[in-house]
Design a protein around this ligand. Structure first.
Ligand SMILES: *Cc1c(COP(=O)(O)O)cnc(C)c1O
Length: 355
């Protein structure tokens, strides 16, 4: 039976976390002289910006709990999901000794976080359909492997990982399996967070940066067992989510109807843009997408990238990623932006007479 205590770095098991003024006194008082704040007020205006924010973001967790069907004790909130990735590596990986497994091509932060903490990296490439290969991943595991990072839908490829393989990996992996679901709102597939109770070693990441349109506010989530969440809370910076973000996010989480409207526009546009791509001889391959971007393969990605840039359109050149030779990752924009993109691609085809 998996026990998180066996994976926490030993010195963190007994760590005494920082105890903030807001930890030591939680009730209601009329005069707060406990946190060295400026009680005259804030130069930023607003109601309470002179006060430290709630270190555990209780109001947001209550709303997320209802939205996602997950108990508040199973929710960690980070300054972007990037903070959760960083804290997970710090929590279980001993620098210079332990390692993580990544499945390239995938999101770059897993590797950067491991490198920052001097944690080893084992890479097991996704297959030609960008799916994980169970046997190859299992073969890489040693007693030093602490985290397996899975990204579904995967960035930059756009596809969901095969759920049967993901389930086999979670069941067999002796360590944390992190399923990064930054793009889950763009697909019909269920979140792995609905199965947390089955898998004590599972951590699911989501973010408000993509579908919810709040990348600038920096708020990401980790869903896991209450034990794992308690450890993350113990090692996080005390006030990792600022007051403005907490305020704006709390209000935005009520706007679920508008979220659905935006998702409708984006997924409809995705199908329109992909259909147009499929009609263009210039585009040699359009990879399936369950996200708000599409990976395409062309004859000369660098050339097309530079051409689009001249027309004021910036896309992501992923050509140097394994399995992504001559591939561009293109975000689905507004209908007008997508028209601009498609027009530019047609002009390119005519100029190069690819058509
Ligand atoms: C964009 C992205 C994130 C970033 O999340 P933040 O919450 O903005 O830090 C995480 N994972 C993947 C796969 C992403 O593409």
């Amino acid at each position: 039976m998996f026990s998180i205590d066996k994976f926490i770095r030993p010195h963190l098991l007994s760590l005494k976390p920082y105890s903030s003024a807001r930890d030591e006194f939680e009730g209601e008082a009329s005069v707060y002289l406990d946190a060295n704040e400026n009680n005259l007020g804030s130069l930023a205006g607003g109601v309470d910006y002179n006060r430290y924010p709630d270190p555990y973001q209780k109001a947001i967790k209550e709303k997320l709990s209802l939205l996602k069907g997950i108990r508040p004790e199973q929710i960690f909130i980070g300054n972007g999901s990037d903070e959760a990735i960083d804290l997970l590596v710090r929590l279980v990986c001993e620098p210079g000794k332990d390692e993580v497994i990544l499945l390239p091509p995938t999101y770059g932060m897993y590797e950067v976080s491991a490198n920052i903490h001097h944690v080893g990296i084992q890479r097991v490439a996704l297959d030609e359909r960008f799916q994980p290969v169970f046997e190859k991943i299992a073969a890489k595991q040693t007693d030093r492997t602490k985290i397996l990072f899975l990204c579904s839908p995967n960035n930059p490829t756009g596809n969901l990982l095969n759920p049967d393989t993901v389930e086999r990996l979670i069941k067999s992996f002796n360590g944390l399996v992190v399923v990064d679901e930054a793009y889950i709102d763009f697909t019909e597939a269920p979140s792995w967070s609905t199965r947390l109770f089955e898998f004590p070693n599972l951590v699911v990441l989501q973010t408000l940066s993509k579908a919810w349109g709040m990348a600038g506010l920096r708020l990401g989530m980790a869903f896991a067992s209450p034990e794992i969440i308690a450890y993350l809370n113990k090692i996080k910076p005390p006030y990792n989510i600022n007051a403005v973000t907490q305020e704006l996010v709390s209000a935005a989480l009520d706007k679920t109807a508008q979220l659905q409207d935006m998702l409708q526009v984006i997924t409809t546009e995705r199908e329109r843009v992909m259909a147009a791509f499929n009609q263009m001889p210039l585009i040699e391959k359009v990879f399936p997408s369950d996200a708000n971007f599409v990976l395409v393969q062309v004859a000369n990605a660098n050339d097309l990238y530079a051409y689009l840039l001249e027309r004021g359109v910036v896309v992501r050149n992923r050509s140097t990623q394994p399995g992504c030779a001559n591939c561009l990752r293109i975000t689905i924009g507004t209908p007008a932006e997508n028209d601009h993109l498609l027009g530019s691609l047609k002009a390119y085809s005519q100029e190069k007479s690819v058509a």
